[in-house]
Design a protein around this ligand. Structure first.
Ligand SMILES: [Fe+2]
Length: 106
């Protein structure tokens, strides 16, 4: 599963982990809003191990984040990603190229 290093365009992100993983698949969130790339994120970060039923909310506009690769090729990580927009940060601010990149929208 691709979950590259990025910041979100929405003000509130919720992640519900649906599978457990002892190693690999960790959500890595930078404590430094200026971190660019995985190496800088890893220097000062919070690491959340995937645990089924764990629900996390955060403002992902200010915290670059990514998921570490799974350990085994046969591993499957399942999570529900919820992107919330608000009246002051409406969905119309979502960059159109984001859906093309993520979902192949035309
Ligand atoms: Fe994100």
């Amino acid at each position: 599963m691709r979950f590259e290093c990025h910041v979100d365009s929405n003000p509130l992100t919720g992640l519900l982990f649906c599978t457990d993983h002892q190693a690999g698949g960790e959500l890595v969130i930078s404590n430094d809003p200026t971190a660019a790339g995985i190496a800088e994120v890893e220097r000062d970060c919070s690491v959340i191990r995937p645990h089924a039923g764990h629900l996390v909310f955060f403002d992902a506009r200010r915290h670059p984040h990514y998921a570490r690769p799974l350990v085994a090729e046969s591993d499957v990580r399942v999570l529900a990603d919820m992107n919330f927009y608000t009246e002051s940060s409406p969905e119309s601010t979502r960059p159109p190229e984001l859906n093309r990149h993520l979902y192949g929208d035309k």
